[in-house]
Design a protein around this ligand. Structure first.
Ligand code: ZN
Length: 334
């Protein structure tokens, strides 16, 4: 680029450079949010869960033998093929633990990237939200998929959901089973659930099995749980997250959640104005890995499947991820 500028006339170089800067400064969510189909490229992840994109993403079929995709108008059921296979397999394995089928929430936009609304993560094609409501025994209409709500697992107090207590009538052994099944897949690195769900799973599993460590307490996540897989083998541009630090069932962790994070709100002192909230960061294209420009520019994958032929055979990936290289305790979970 530098050499190119020297060779051409200054008059031409300036507008080119300006155009490039303007494009790079555009909020990336506008560019990625406008894409309707995946990039026709070899599947690969670039960047991280909360600052990245995905090439060669596949779309989860709207209907499978044991799943139905929700909120179809959002067009967020795209992901790296490894995650698509995993969701399909989970729908099959879930049956074995009494889970009737998956209602699948957001995965990723067709080419990943920051989303036009909602999540901070879900950018790299490696995150999937699954409702904590089992699939009904009938096919939902598109309208129902837009409008029906998931059921919260939290207990209510005075008609309001409380972050302190799980509703154990709603959180059944099948709920525990579907989370355990997902957490046991080797390439799943984290499952995000509400702290009350983590607390209950800790209580149910005093032997502290390895899968339980992957289940991480997070804000929200009482209507759905969030599955996150590691960097796929061969995706050398994918930034892994830090390893899970501890089992997370200890008293200090639970005290943090129930006494601090979800503890009683401190009242502001009289006369002191509460600090205004910081505006949400806007990720620009220039802040994403440079390969994300090629992902945006690539031709699209027209002709995505409308109905799956059946859940495909799922193979555990053989590769292993590189050493974590960036600082993040739990990563961005929303
Ligand atoms: Zn999520």
């Amino acid at each position: 680029m530098v050499q190119f500028k020297i060779l051409i006339s200054g008059a031409l170089a300036v507008p080119l450079a300006l155009t490039s800067v303007a494009y790079g400064a555009t909020p990336a969510k506008n560019l990625f949010g406008a894409k309707r189909d995946g990039a026709k490229m070899t599947p690969a992840v670039y960047g991280s869960y909360a600052k990245g994109c995905v090439a060669g993403a596949e779309k989860l079929a709207d209907n499978g033998p044991n799943w139905q995709a929700m909120r179809l108008s959002r067009n967020r059921h795209w992901a790296h093929p490894e995650l698509i296979s995993l969701v399909e397999q989970l729908s099959v394995d879930g049956k074995k633990v009494g889970w009737n089928g998956l209602l699948v929430g957001d995965l990723t936009q067709p080419r990943g990237g920051p989303m036009t609304s909602g999540h901070a993560s879900h950018q790299a094609g490696l995150d999937a939200d699954v409702w904590l409501t089992p699939m009904p025994n009938r096919r939902l209409s598109n309208k129902e998929r837009e409008n029906i709500s998931a059921t919260s697992m939290l207990a209510s107090r005075n008609g309001k959901l409380t972050n302190q207590k799980l509703d154990k009538k709603r959180f059944t052994s099948a709920h525990a089973g579907i989370i355990r099944t997902a957490a046991r897949y080797r390439n799943v690195e984290r499952i995000f659930v509400h702290p009350t769900i983590k607390q209950e799973l800790c209580r149910q599993n005093p032997d502290r099995p390895a899968w339980l460590k992957k289940v991480r307490a997070q804000f929200g996540h009482h209507y759905h749980f969030h599955i996150r897989i590691g960097c796929p083998a061969g995706s050398t541009g994918c930034k892994p997250q830090r390893r899970v630090p501890s089992m997370g069932c200890d008293k200090a962790t639970m005290d943090y959640w129930f006494k601090v994070a979800y503890g009683p709100r401190r009242k502001p002192k009289p006369g002191v104005k509460p600090k205004p909230r910081k505006p949400k960061r806007q990720i620009t294209l220039a802040q994403l890995p440079r390969q994300c420009r090629a992902v945006l520019a690539a031709p699209g994958t027209a002709g995505t499947p409308a109905v799956a032929a059946g859940a495909v055979a799922y193979q555990q990936p053989t590769g292993r991820i590189a050493t974590p290289s960036f600082r993040a305790i739990e990563g961005v979970a929303q």
